[in-house]
Design a protein around this ligand. Structure first.
Ligand code: T3D
Length: 264
């Protein structure tokens, strides 16, 4: 039987999804997209899962689209409809990550290229090995950034750096990515699994619904003026205020104990 394209392991409330095509640096085929979509859907629906780690098997995180995938074969007119691949696979993936009910940590264990780079950057928190790198490889094959790259890059890095990265396709090492604010943290290679695990467990112990609402608020606010953002904050805060976790947080503070959050 063929190896699973996404390896799923649980460590208490933390589920790790590991892209598993190491010989091709975990580049995406249609089958691996389907496997990751399923794994994300199942994780979203599993109450016991309170945080996700997304990582890659072997020496790469993900090299983007598998350029040997049959999906990239020319049609009868001799042309390749790359837009169809993006609509079918990369757009749903980027949106799925953004709508997960639990936080998603990218554990960037090695090179993240093309859509693989933007997949990592689109997670809630990206933590990378010092030897890892981010490559906007698209221009080198005459494409534009996808998997959310056009939206993410200028927001994370500013227009100048977004364009510098996307136009040159130059490799950005993890340390520089951290300095530029593209990722949360860069750590020594051998410290990466433990650091990602610690971070994911910390997030898993926090109020899950509030974390998902915080992501939504930060993203929505980017398209609002101050008045609109303040109105949105009041709406979300009203919802949060009615939650069991809010009561638990306040009670725990008053009783000088650790809170036990359970809303999911
Ligand atoms: O349908 C669409 O196209 C739309 C969607 C587009 C989204 C995209 O992601 S477009 C961008 C696609 N990705 C790339 O262009 C990156 C291509 N890969 C590279 O440039 C390099 O492999 C890396 C810079 C990522 C790493 O270089 P290096 O020297 O560390 O490794 P390598 O030797 O190049 O790769 C190792 C193996 O992985 C190698 O296979 P081999 O020769 O040992 O059998 C290589 O062919 C394979 N591999 C790496 N990337 C891909 C790949 N195979 C298929 N597709 C890949 N993207």
């Amino acid at each position: 039987m063929a190896d699973p394209l996404v390896l799923v392991t649980d460590d208490g409330p933390v589920r790790t999804l590991m892209l598993n095509r190491p010989a091709a640096l975990n580049s995406f085929t249609g089958e691996m997209h389907a496997a990751l979509r399923d794994a994300l859907d199942v994780a979203a629906a599993t109450e016991s899962v309170r945080a996700i780690i997304l990582t890659g098997a072997g020496r790469g995180f993900c090299a983007g689209q598998d350029l040997n995938d049959p999906a990239l074969s020319p049609g009868a007119d001799g042309r390749i409809d790359v837009g169809a691949v993006v609509e079918a696979n990369y757009k749903p993936l980027a949106l799925r990550i953004r709508a997960m009910p639990v936080p998603v940590v990218a554990q960037v264990n090695g090179v993240a290229a093309g859509a693989g780079a933007n997949l990592a950057l689109g997670c809630d928190i990206a933590i990378a090995a010092r030897s890892a790198s981010f490559i906007q490889a698209f221009a080198k094959i005459a494409l534009v950034p996808d998997c959310g790259g056009t939206w993410l890059l200028p927001r994370l890095a500013g227009r100048a750096r977004a364009l510098g990265l996307a136009l040159t396709g130059d490799k950005l090492m993890a340390e520089q990515a951290e300095r530029w604010g593209l990722i949360w943290q860069c750590v020594d290679d051998d410290a990466l699994p433990a650091a990602a695990r610690e971070l994911a467990h910390k997030l898993a112990a926090l109020p899950t619904q509030a974390l998902a609402a915080t992501r939504r608020a930060i993203d929505e606010a980017a398209g609002l003026d101050l008045d609109g953002a303040l109105t949105m904050e009041a709406r979300l805060q009203r919802e949060r205020g009615y939650s069991h976790d809010f009561l638990e947080g306040v009670m725990a503070f008053r009783e000088k104990r650790l809170p036990h959050f359970t809303d999911r």
